[in-house]
Design a protein around this ligand. Structure first.
Ligand SMILES: NC(=O)c1ccc[n+]([C@@H]2O[C@H](COP(=O)([O-])OP(=O)(O)OC[C@H]3O[C@@H](n4cnc5c(N)ncnc54)[C@H](O)[C@@H]3O)[C@@H](O)[C@H]2O)c1
Length: 252
């Protein structure tokens, strides 16, 4: 059985771990990101510069790739606005009183409308070509929690509201699609990683680690097993679920 894979947000920090995992399953992979400078194809991996919120372009993309050559398909939705903590710490000078509604709308549009559009046209092609398919949406532990801003070490730093509300919404979207296509061999799940360790400053890493019973942050490689499980046939009776990868953080 030949498989086709599509990843959005494929130029981001976690993308390589996801692409590496997807390569085990797919003969052809389309990597989508708005930030690509050039489009590159090497036969198996193809980068596409695409804004997932542009319906005309999303539809055109799905019409131009040949789903008919494959029997299985996988879509991984990762595109979002993800606020990073750097070596200098967090710089989230955000509060409800002065919030920029345009920025909130933009973020919700990428996470929710972008995921909706990619999933809509993916499912259309999948149904038309009678594929067995799997969609995996990247949420966050903030799909079930609100950020504990004490980790930023400055009472003026608040993680912007759009992140948590878009990730909470993504779980609703995941459940809706999973039920809608449940009888069509299309499974739809989400994963919810907590903060992944990168180049954050030591104070942040120490404070964040203490939020989890395992007393550390997540390593990027540790998402690979969850991705592999949820896109593979090993999870063939699992749909509409949100797998939380957080070292127990959400239990406390
Ligand atoms: N890094 C973490 O600690 C962490 C933790 C939990 C969940 N997540 C989630 O996992 C996913 C991947 O995280 P990451 O750290 O790689 O994020 P990232 O910010 O590094 O990458 C996101 C990518 O999405 C792309 N993008 C933004 N708007 C787009 C649009 N309109 N069309 C197409 N592409 C667009 C960006 O160009 C970027 O390359 C995100 O959804 C994030 O919220 C990340």
């Amino acid at each position: 059985m030949k498989s086709i894979g599509i990843v959005t947000g494929a130029n981001g920090f976690l993308a390589n771990n996801v692409i590496k995992t997807l390569e085990k399953f797919c003969e052809k992979i389309y990597l989508i990101d708005i930030s690509y400078k050039n489009e590159i194809t090497n036969g198996k991996l193809n980068t596409i510069k695409l804004d997932v919120t542009n319906e005309t372009k999303v539809e055109k993309f799905f019409n131009e790739i040949n789903f008919g050559n494959y029997t299985k398909s996988i879509l991984i939705n990762m595109a979002s606005i993800d606020y990073k903590v750097s070596t200098d710490g967090a710089d989230f000078k955000w509060n409800i009183e002065n919030a920029d509604v345009k920025a909130i709308k933009k973020s919700l549009e990428i996470s929710l409308i972008g995921t909706f559009l990619m999933s809509k046209y993916f499912c259309k092609q999948s149904l038309k070509n009678e594929h067995h398919s799997s969609i995996l949406n990247f949420a966050s532990d903030l799909s079930i929690l609100i950020s504990n801003d004490t980790v930023y070490g400055d009472s003026n730093n608040h993680k912007p509201i759009d992140y948590a509300i878009s990730k909470h919404g993504l779980i609703g979207l995941t459940k809706y699609f999973s039920v809608y296509y449940a009888e069509n061999n299309i499974r739809v799940n989400a994963i919810s990683p907590s903060g992944v360790r990168s180049n954050q400053n030591k104070d942040f890493i120490d404070k964040y680690s203490k939020l989890a019973p395992m007393n550390r942050m997540l390593e990027a490689e540790e998402i690979e097993g969850a991705v592999e499980f949820l896109i593979s046939d090993k999870s063939s009776f699992i749909t509409g679920q949100n797998l939380i990868i957080d070292g127990g953080k959400s239990i406390w």
